[in-house]
Design a binder for this molecule. Sequence first.
Ligand code: ADP
Length: 570
Amino acid sequence: MSESTIRPFFWRATRLFGEKTVVSRTTDGEHRYSYESFGHRVQKLAGALSALGISDGDRVGTFGWNHHRHFEAYYGIPLMGAQIHTINVQLSDDRVAHIVEDASDDLLLVDPGEPLATIERLWEDLDSPDQVVVMAEEVPETELPAVGYETLVAEAEPVSEWPELNEDQPAGMCYTSGTTGLPKGVEYTHRMVYDHSMMVTTPAALGIDESDVVLSVVPMFHVNSWEFPYAATMAGARQVHPGASPSAAELVDLIGSEGVTLTAGVPTVWIDVLDELDEHGGDLSSLERIVVGGSAAPEEVTRRYKDEYDVTVEHAWGMTETMSIGAVSRPKASMAAASREERLAKRAKQGLLSPGLEMKVVDEDGDPLPWDGESAGELLVRGPTVIEEYHNRPEANETDFESAADGGWLHTGDIANIDDDGYIEIVDRVKDVIKSGGEWISSIELENQLMAHQDVTEAAVVAAPHERWGERPLGFVVPQAGADPDATRLRESLVGTVPKWWLPDEIRISETIPKTATGKFDKQSIRERLDQPDLPHAPGRQRWPIISRTLQWPMRTWSPGRSGRISMGK
Ligand code: ADP
């Protein structure tokens, strides 16, 4: 019996769908080729990497956006027995240095421009690697020991026979976003990539088919671009790679010109695309579905795409530790006769667990909570696509993973309830929830209520230390352009929407709210700066679009129970 590896994915795309096209936006212009040509270049890339001394068990870091060269690396590196380690190009320098050092990458494949400049700044302090490959037509002037990707591939001997691979050998690696602490290294074996690609391709999760034209806006440096480069290839779908930091206008253009049917990305991207469509229009007639996840998809976004463009938003939940997609929210067949509002409310939840996984929510003693849509505790998941440990992090392994004897569960750090239909609803993260006088307050619910106010565009609520209550909520809001909201009135506007004792002690009007490199509110850095007059700007080069001014954020993410109590699992 052969092993579960990505080799048959490559074989299927190149042999059964060899003529299908892969299109990329690159710094050198548009690039277009067939799966067959992709296959030849992957064989040459593997040959080139061997010539550079990379072999079985080595780790090759990549530091770039979504384009055909990075896509080739997704296959060439693991097919030759090495491990591809994708690194987020939007992180601050110290985080990148930490990640490259922690992973001890043997070689780096780097995009020209800002990513290359980052590595140039860090180079002196890095112990490994000793060479970089620049993923461009030509190598720009650089002091680094650098070679050009195209030169390497042109001169390489193609690998004609792939080595025998073991399904348990590492194929990939990615670090968590670091929203609640230092990024943690997560490794994926061939079998995990195989299983997760199978999972997302099935109609019970996303249902990807060869008739699809797939545009993943999820960066290739972020959790395997939610597995699309593997799953869409295996399915034989056409693929479109949007290149570096695509703007909303570029995305709308690509969708129209390439006839994209399925696309994916974080909520801010799709909010920005709606703004672009409002202002300049665009052709979304080919588009059937948008997979939205990473943080909660606002109900209003789902509603508008359906009403105005006949596009279905598929709300998905996942983590680096679950290889991205682990749940998708879609009304069950039994809801066919339900009202539109009920169906939309289901879609706003984080969804039904994907096939292959199991879950429970537990209270602080680890006891399972009822599925009543109210009792909230920590979400625990397990399954073949959920990791069992972090790289180099024994202390986190102790707290985040149950032993096999205890069921092998992953503590997700998400606080959720599950309703009687089995839909997950995330209400907060363990590290962000506010504990006041022994009771828990949902920061997410307060943020949603604040962001629903017409004068507010962004809101973050964090725990401030308090002598009597332990912690009290403190809110930060960014006003809409042209608005001048009064903090006391904003606070009063929350009366009646949340329990009275949840009202933030203070609301500060701020110019900006710092975000992590994956576009989430960086509450850790907000908490570190509570005694300072202004919030820091985002670390690193923040290029995620900010939240739209024109949309109302969802009013409901969580309806607290009568007591507003949340149970905790950790
Ligand atoms: P980090 O944990 O450092 O933020 P990840 O990128 O792995 O890094 O993020 C996973 C987390 O993102 C989940 O644990 C959850 O808190 C949040 N998340 C993912 N999808 C959703 C979603 N659809 N709705 C709300 N939160 C989400």
